[in-house]
Design a protein around this ligand. Structure first.
Ligand SMILES: [Zn+2]
Length: 63
């Protein structure tokens, strides 16, 4: 009986593996303090989102 050489083609395997690499997460800059922040999140440094104060950032305890 003839047998197929392989179950999946090289192209199909490589297309699947093309998504295996790790991506660097995208980030935006806070409009107020210019810290790098994740998009669509309140700035963890100053608490601003969309140009307004949305959350009060508590001081980190030393140590
Ligand atoms: Zn900020």
């Amino acid at each position: 009986m003839p047998l197929p050489k392989r179950k999946f083609s090289k192209a199909r395997t490589r297309k699947r593996r093309a998504n295996h690499y790790l991506r660097v997460p995208h980030f935006a800059r806070c409009a107020k303090c210019e810290q790098p922040i994740l998009p669509h999140t309140i700035c963890p440094n100053c608490g601003f989102y969309s140009g307004r104060l949305r959350a009060v950032v508590l001081e980190k305890e030393p140590g």
